[in-house]
Design a protein around this ligand. Sequence first.
Ligand code: AMP
Ligand code: MG
Length: 326
Amino acid sequence: MDNSSQIIEASHILQSGGVVAFPTETVYGLGANVFNTEALKHIFHIKKRPVDNPLIVHIASLDMLPALVTHISPYNQKLIDHFWPGPLGIVFPKSNLIPDIVTAHLDTVVIRFPSNRIAQELINTCGFPIAAPSVNPSGKPSSTHHDHVKDYFGDHVFVIEGDASSIGIESTVITTLDNPRILRQGAVTQAELEQVLGIPLDNTSETLHLPQSPGMKYPHYAPNAPIHLVAIQDDILDIITTYTKQGYTVGALVSSEIYHHLPDSVIGFDLGSRDNYQTLSARLYNGLHFFDSSPVTLIIAESFQPIGMGVALMDRLSRAASNTPI
Ligand code: AMP
Ligand code: MG
């Protein structure tokens, strides 16, 4: 589909201080001009986002970077050279041009250069970087399709109707400013980052238990029905049968291997083969959105091996399940 007229319309909205939703390869973003404080306030208002949860700044050319940061360290330069454009947000010391509302008054800023063509065209048409969090009411699953944006915000938010997000979970966020570590898990894995940086990242238990990144302390990705995440060694079909007998209308968020064995009374969502982490991740939020428009009263979710991209997948699944009362 040719999105050029929607990109132009969106750029006019952004230039006149509005917000728009646009596709990226990770999830859809809700963007505003990074230099326009009033426009940025709308993002927080629309999402009901806590003001201490900072936004990621999106650029579409390396020429946009020097105005936003005070320094590019050799480690950050390696990350830029290797991973941009792509699903990696990098922490930099921020310049004075970035309003405090973007970074929640931190002296650092996370910057990302998305690979999605529409996101790049939008930013380049505007001529300014776009600050954007995911498009969802705070705490709810991110949007990976323009239909999700419409389900959440109807006509209140203009959305560029690009393809479904190919990665489907939010970017990896890394800092190298103090002890180099991952602040948020994503499609770029720890092993890939360590290989490029040539050093081990800090994931000692002390650092893992600190709130890794402002914003990650908030509840995240929760669909309407509670989620029960089944431990990898437990028999998920047994557990589904038990809850069905207790009177729950059960939704099953599972791999194809399990999906094909579900009892008829269960509403299933097929995440794809258990061995294909790309597909599992790309379908995860679709599954959560699907259950939000179904009558399920409990979602039983399968666990996956936390290997490679499985680390980010299990991070999102366990956060989505963290408010579950059962
Ligand atoms: P969202 O785009 O909704 O996934 O939110 C962006 C996330 O990026 C925030 O919730 C933080 O976890 C992270 N982030 C943004 N800015 C910073 C920063 N300066 N330092 C550390 N993490 C950040
Ligand atoms: Mg978000």
